[in-house]
Design a protein around this ligand. Sequence first.
Ligand SMILES: Cc1cc2nc3c(=O)[nH]c(=O)nc-3n(C[C@H](O)[C@H](O)[C@H](O)COP(=O)(O)OP(=O)(O)OC[C@H]3O[C@@H](n4cnc5c(N)ncnc54)[C@H](O)[C@@H]3O)c2cc1C
Length: 303
Amino acid sequence: MKVADFETVEVRTDLLIVGGGMAACGAAVEAAYWAKKHNLTVTLVDKAAVDRSGAVAMGLSAINQYVGLKDGENTLEDYVRYVKNDLMGITREDLVANIARHVDSSVHLFEKWGLPIWTDEEGKYVHEGRWQLMINGESYKVVVAEAAKNAIGLDNIYERIFIVGPLMEGNRCAGAIGFSVRENKFYVFKAKATLVAMGGAVHVFKPRSSGEGLGRAWYPPWNSGSSAYFTIQAGAEMTCQEVRFIPVRFKDAYGPVGAWFLLFKSRRRTHSVRTTWRPAGLSWRTGSLMERSNRFRPTSAIT
Ligand SMILES: Cc1cc2nc3c(=O)[nH]c(=O)nc-3n(C[C@H](O)[C@H](O)[C@H](O)COP(=O)(O)OP(=O)(O)OC[C@H]3O[C@@H](n4cnc5c(N)ncnc54)[C@H](O)[C@@H]3O)c2cc1C
C-alpha cells in the first residue's frame, strides 16, 4: 500500500475534543450544553471505540473521589489537606480545590445516567475509605459514552482514528491530524478550539520488574503519552508533571488493584459470612471465597 493510495478526509468543527475516555466524554457533555445555545459544533475523535476505550474500558468497581459536600461529610479544605499530605506538599491547591468542588456533581450525573452506586439501608452511598464510593461498574464506560453520544450526536464522533499530533497555524493549535486504523484514510481536523484528553502515559520509565513482568503495567499500556506529546508540540504549559504514580508490585499482583486485591478486600469485608454455595469443580476453600466476593462485590470489574 502506497501513501498515495490514502484518501485525505477534512473535518471542520468549532470545538475538537481529542480522545474519547472519561475526561473527553465528560467534556463533550459539558461543551454540548453551551454549544447548543450558540449553534456551535462539538466533534470528538478517539483511536478506539468510545464505548470501551481508555482506562475504564473494562469497568471499575469504585469511584475514587467523592467529597460528600451535600451531606456535610467533608469540606473542600479537608480534601485539599488530604491531597497535600498524600503528595508531601507538592500540589497546586487551587487546581485540587477546583476539581473537588465539581466532583460530587459529576458523580450525581453518573448515577442519573444509570451507573449503579451502592447505597446502605438509609439510602446513603457506601464508602470504602473516606473518599471512595462503591459501584457496580462493569458498564461504567458504556454509560458515560452514551451520555456523550446523546450530547454531541453520533455524526460528530469519529472512532478508530489515531491522532498523531496537532495541526498548527503559527503558534495557534488549529486542530489535529491522524489516520484511520481500519481504512486507508488520513484525517485533518480543523477546529477553532481543541481540547486534548488522551489519557496518561504508561511505561515512561523503565520498570524495575524483570523477565515476564517487564511489560506489565497497572495502567493501560494503550495510554501511551499522546496527550503529553500533543500538548508539548502545541506549546501548552505543562503543570503538575512532577507527580508520578508508581504502583507497588510484588509476586503476581500490582498494588492497589487487580484480582488479588479484590480477594483480600472481599475476605476482609466478609469474614463472618457462612458459605453455602460453591461452583462445581472448585475446592471448598476457593468456592467459599468466590461466594463471599460475589455476595459483597457483585462486579467483575477491577479497581
Ligand atoms: C486497572 C484500573 C483500575 C482503575 N480503577 C479506578 C477506580 O476504581 N475508580 C476510579 O475512580 N478510577 C480508577 N481508575 C482510574 C481511571 O480509570 C482514570 O483516571 C480515568 O479513566 C482517566 O480518564 P482519561 O479520560 O484521562 O483517560 P482515559 O479514560 O484512559 O481515556 C483516554 C482516551 O484517549 C484515547 N487515545 C489515546 N491516545 C490516542 C491517540 N493517539 N489518538 C486518539 N485517541 C487516543 C484512548 O483510546 C482513550 O479513549 C482505574 C484505572 C485503571 C487502569
